[in-house]
Write a new protein. Structure first.
Length: 259
């Protein structure tokens, strides 16, 4: 599978292994939910090289971290070999057969990992699985790319350095070539979520990420059966329904609850 090969690549494992800070929404979530986490069985999906593990595992009653990439999990096993009560495993977040219904208090899918899942029906399968394994009143916290940010990719930035300017020209040309014109994309965004090419490749293949507007995301979550608790913009600010609808950050964190 191409995606697994991409995340198994050592350059990706090394690059994610160097990441050791929380994003502000994650930090603020932790500050507000320390007591809840202490009593929680936590399932952290798509942990990569364990950036979130560093912070969430010590706070949880029990912690399971998983990823579809074997090399990411191997890296975590080395990193956390001295840490107690951590369970690490290779698993696909779209198939959570390792967990019983209503058995987990808190599920995390951080840093847009869910946007790698293709096609959309698999994302829905993943969300249904998360809903299934969560206990009633359990929380799901995740981030996803925001379609309202897409127009930024079409902006041209001027650089004084000729090489950087040329690179910027190539970047913008590629965005249009692979995704179509901005007008075209804006029409697609109105119709629903989409897979967008930001510029990354897996070998020669395009690495597409799922983008969704906040409104569409709220509807998708509601259909699965989740209740909206709040959102977080990237500066860590808590967002209510009306604020999240207009948030134009590149990605947004959503906190939802199983009723
Ligand atoms: C952008 S990285 C984020 C890693 C980590 N959560 C962090 O915040 O540093 C996305 C991760 O999701 C994993 N991933 C992608 N699709 C997955 C799937 N279907 N099931 C489990 N993990 C998946 C990738 O292997 C990768 O490690």
């Amino acid at each position: 599978m191409e995606l697994v090969r991409f995340w198994n690549h050592l350059s990706n494992v090394r690059s994610y292994s160097r990441k050791d800070t929380l994003q502000l929404p994650e930090l603020n979530f932790i500050m507000e939910h320390k007591d809840f986490l202490k009593e929680s069985d936590v399932l952290d999906l798509g942990i990569g090289a364990g950036r979130s593990t560093l912070f969430f595992a010590p706070l949880a009653k029990s912690y399971t971290g998983s990823d579809i990439s074997e090399n990411m999990i191997e890296e975590c096993k080395t990193k956390f070999s001295y840490t107690k009560n951590i369970n690490l495993l290779v698993e696909d977040a779209t198939d959570l057969k390792n967990y019983r219904d209503n058995s987990i208090d808190f599920v995390l899918f951080s840093f847009n990992g869910i946007d790698n899942i293709f096609p959309e029906s698999k994302r829905i399968q993943c969300l249904n699985e998360i809903n299934r394994v969560l206990k009633s009143r359990g929380l799901y916290f995740f981030s996803t790319h925001n379609s309202l940010f897409i127009e930024e990719y079409y902006k041209f930035h001027f650089f004084r350095h000729p090489r950087r300017l040329y690179r910027e020209y190539l970047r913008k040309r590629q965005i249009i070539k692979e995704n179509g014109s901005l007008e075209n994309i804006q029409e697609k965004i109105k119709k629903g979520p989409l897979f967008f090419f930001e510029g990354m490749r897996i070998g020669k293949e395009k690495f597409l990420q799922y983008f969704i507007t906040p409104n569409q995301q709220m509807t998708q979550l509601k259909k699965i059966g989740f209740e909206f608790v709040c959102g977080y913009s990237l500066d860590g600010k808590k967002l209510g329904v009306s604020e999240i609808e207009n948030c134009k950050d590149p990605w947004i964190y959503y906190l939802v609850r199983k009723p």
